[in-house]
Design a binder for this molecule. Structure first.
Ligand code: ADP
Ligand code: MG
Length: 376
């Protein structure tokens, strides 16, 4: 789960990391009052779940009140099109004190699964062009695993600042590490972390991604979820208890079991098409859950066809067939629905579909499924 910059900065403050003063604004009618009570120069920052906002016109420095009002009015409500997240409506802006920047650094902690450790990435070449630095001067970016023999001072010395600044950076690394551990973050990124002209080290940007599978033990983090930023299909799926991920293809798929879902996506690819989603209805799904899952699938307007690939173990094939039949009866569907079922009550399931008076293509095996999908 992602959160906004302003929320991440609140967390940073709790962990003792310095951030500039700021106020959040969500309504056009509040802009004037907030800016009147704020100091200039200030920075107006679009709050959307995306990086690269600066390059997309979502971060603007205002030298005086007039400009601050103008930029706030422009950015709040704008459609921000960034290279990272496509088009997003800006529903909130952060009005933040402008900092006198001497140097922009990059600092992040990511979870390195292969090494079972948190990994630190640091560079003195931070800021909006960090991707460019990664391409053209990768030697300016240091990556270090935080394991038993990790010595932050040795790493920080490589980027060449004085003792006072190095000390502040090390404190920030320690705080970020505690934050990542305590809150189960998969990524904590500060870009830029700046050294000010006054020699202070301050986080000007803040990005945190949390481990969805650990959210059950962090009600405080879950409360930060902004539903407007979530994919509406995925949000609905979470409410229905389904494992659903939206993809870009045109063949909707409904499968039970994550492994079979992956294999099904491969089959669709072999047939020359792409999956429109990943959907695992789980082992013990009821007819009602199947019906909900099918309705969710079909709400995707890009679909050319639906492929249902179910292994009837705990989920019996007749339950599946009944759920799909109910869903199709209550919806107006005019795309092909291909069904492959195997396992418990396969024949009963096929009978329900074949006698439903609805149009299904029931296939016997995966090769037959490929042949049918190829012809779509
Ligand atoms: P993004 O990474 O989405 O482009 P940032 O928050 O990193 O957004 O802002 C982009 C750039 O704007 C920063 O690299 C920095 O140069 C400048 N900036 C951001 N916040 C401030 C601030 N409070 N004071 C001065 N400059 C800022
Ligand atoms: Mg940034």
């Amino acid at each position: 789960m992602k959160i906004h910059e302003y929320q991440a900065k609140e967390l940073f403050k709790q962990y003792g990391i310095k951030v500039p003063e700021s106020v959040l604004c969500e309504k056009k009618e509040d802009i004037e009052q907030i800016i009147k009570n704020f100091s200039v120069p200030c920075v107006i920052k679009a709050q959307v779940h995306s990086g690269a906002r600066g390059k997309a016109g979502g971060v603007k420095i205002a030298k005086d009140y007039q400009n601050a009002l103008k930029y706030a009015d422009e950015i709040l409500g704008m459609e921000l099109v960034s290279s990272q997240a496509g088009a997003k409506k800006v529903n909130k802006i952060l009005i933040e004190q402008a900092v006198d920047i001497d140097k922009e650094l990059y600092l992040s902690l990511t979870f390195d699964r292969a090494n079972e450790a948190i990994s630190l990435i640091i560079s003195s070449n931070g800021g909006m062009d960090i991707e460019e630095t990664a391409k053209t001067s990768p030697e300016k970016i240091y990556t270090e695993l935080i394991k038993d023999n990790f010595n932050p001072l040795e790493t920080v010395k490589k980027i060449g600042f004085n003792d006072s600044i190095n000390g502040q950076i090390i404190n920030i690394i320690n705080s970020l590490y505690t934050l990542a551990k305590e809150k189960d973050a998969l990524l904590v990124e500060i870009n830029p972390l700046v050294v000010t002209k006054q020699g202070e080290v301050i986080a000007l940007d803040a990005k945190i991604n949390f481990d969805d599978n650990a959210l059950f033990r962090h009600d405080d983090i879950l409360a930060l979820k902004d539903e407007a930023e979530e994919n509406p299909y995925e949000l609905q799926a979470q409410k229905d208890g389904l494992n659903y991920i939206k993809l870009d293809g045109t063949i909707g798929c409904m499968v039970n079991g994550a492994g079979l879902a992956m294999a099904t996506m491969d089959i669709i690819r072999l047939a020359g098409k792409n999956a429109a989603n990943f959907l695992d209805v789980g082992g013990g799904a009821s007819s009602e859950k199947i019906e909900k899952a099918f309705k969710l699938l079909i709400s995707d307007k890009n679909l050319e066809a639906v492929f249902i690939n179910i292994f009837g173990g705990i989920l019996r094939c007749d339950f599946l067939a009944q759920g799909v039949k109910n869903a199709i009866q209550s919806l107006n569907i005019n795309i092909p629905v291909i069904v492959r079922m195997e396992g418990t009550n396969k024949q009963e399931g096929a009978d329900i579909l074949n006698h439903s008076g609805l149009k299904f293509t029931v296939v016997n095996d995966l090769n037959e499924a490929i042949e049918v999908i190829k012809k779509i």
